[in-house]
Design a protein around this ligand. Structure first.
Ligand code: PEP
Length: 254
C-alpha cells in the first residue's frame, strides 16, 4: 500500500528569525507545485511565529521540535501544545533521541506528550531508535518494541490517526553514517508488524514511518524505494534550502 510521503526538516538549535525568513524565501520557489508529498519544516521555538506567517498559503507545513505534556502551568522554560496550536503549528516532533539522551526523556514522558499533542490536534512525530551499543548487542528490535509499546500505551486507533513514526537509529544521527536501505527497511517492517499486532492491519498500513539519520540528496532515492519507508526526518541536510529541496523533490523529473 502506497502512503503519501512526508519529508520533514528538523533544524534543531539553528537559525535566528532573519535566517529563518531568508531560508523560507529561498526554499518556497524550489518546492512550489510539489503536491504529491507533504513537506514540513521545524524551526526553533523562537522562529515559529515568523515562519508560520511566511509559510501561509504554501505547500509547506510547520512543525515544532518538542512540547510539554501540560497545557499550561508552573513549568518554567517549557512550551505547551496549546501554545503551538495557537500559532498554527501542525506537527510536533516528540521523543527525538537528543531529547531522550541529553534531556532524560522517558517513554512515559513521551507518551504524555503525545497525548497532550493530540488533544490540540497536532500530529505527533514519535521518534524511536536504538543506540550503537544496543544494535551491537542484538537488541534493536527489543528497544524499538519497548519504545513503541510504552510510548503508545492506552491510545486507540482513532486517537492515533494523525500519528507519524520516525525510525532514527541513534548511531546514524548527525554522524554521516546512514543505515543502508536494507537495515532501515528491516527496522521499518518490524515496526509496522508490531503496529499491526498492537492496533490492527488497517491502522498499520496507513501509518507513515519516516527514516531519519544522515539523509542526503544522494541517499534519499534508495531509502524511499523501500516498501515500508514513507518519508524522511532530516536534520543537518535540512539547514540549506537548496539541499533540503533536492531531498524533498526526490524522484521528480521536472
Ligand atoms: C535528526 O535530527 O532527526 C536527524 C536525523 O539528523 P541528521 O539528518 O543530521 O542525521
Amino acid at each position: 500500500m502506497k502512503r503519501r510521503p512526508l519529508i520533514a526538516g528538523n533544524w534543531k538549535m539553528h537559525k535566528t528569525v532573519p535566517e529563518t525568513l531568508a531560508y523560507i524565501e529561498a526554499f518556497k520557489p524550489l518546492v512550489a507545485g510539489v503536491e504529491d508529498r507533504d513537506i514540513m519544516l521545524a524551526p526553533p521555538f523562537t522562529a515559529l511565529d515568523a515562519a508560520q506567517r511566511a509559510l501561509e498559503g504554501t505547500n509547506i507545513s510547520l512543525g515544532a521540535q518538542n512540547c510539554h505534556w501540560e497545557s499550561e502551568g508552573a513549568f518554567t522554560g517549557e512550551i505547551s501544545p496549546k501554545m503551538l496550536a495557537d500559532i498554527g503549528v501542525t506537527y510536533v516532533i516528540i521523543g527525538h533521541s537528543e531529547r531522550r539522551h541529553i534531556f532524560g526523556e522517558t517513554n512515559e514522558m513521551i507518551r504524555r506528550k503525545i497525548e497532550a499533542a493530540l488533544k490540540f490536534s497536532l500530529s505527533p512525530i514519535l521518534c524511536i531508535g536504538e543506540t550503537l551499543a544496543e544494535r551491537e548487542a542484538g537488541r534493536t528490535f527489543e528497544v524499538l518494541e519497548q519504545q513503541l509499546k510504552e510510548g503508545l500505551e492506552g491510545f486507540s486507533t482513532a486517537d492515533l490517526k494523525e500519528l507519524v513514526i520516525a525510525y532514527e537509529p541513534v548511531w546514524a544521527i548527525g554522524t554521516g553514517k546512514t543505515a543502508t536501505p536494507e537495515q532501515a527497511e528491516e527496522a521499518h517492517a518490524f515496526c509496522r508488524k508490531l503496529l499491526k499486532d498492537m492496533f490492527g492491519e488497517e491502522f498499520a498500513n496507513k501509518i507513515r514511518i519516516l527514516y531519519g539519520g544522515s539523509v542526503k540528496p544522494e541517499n534519499i532515492v534508495g531509502l524511499m524505494a523501500r516498501p515500508d519507508i514513507d518519508g524522511a526526518l532530516v536534520g543537518g541536510a535540512s539547514l540549506k534550502p537548496d539541499v533540503f529541496a533536492r531531498i524533498v523533490c526526490f524522484g521528480r523529473t521536472e
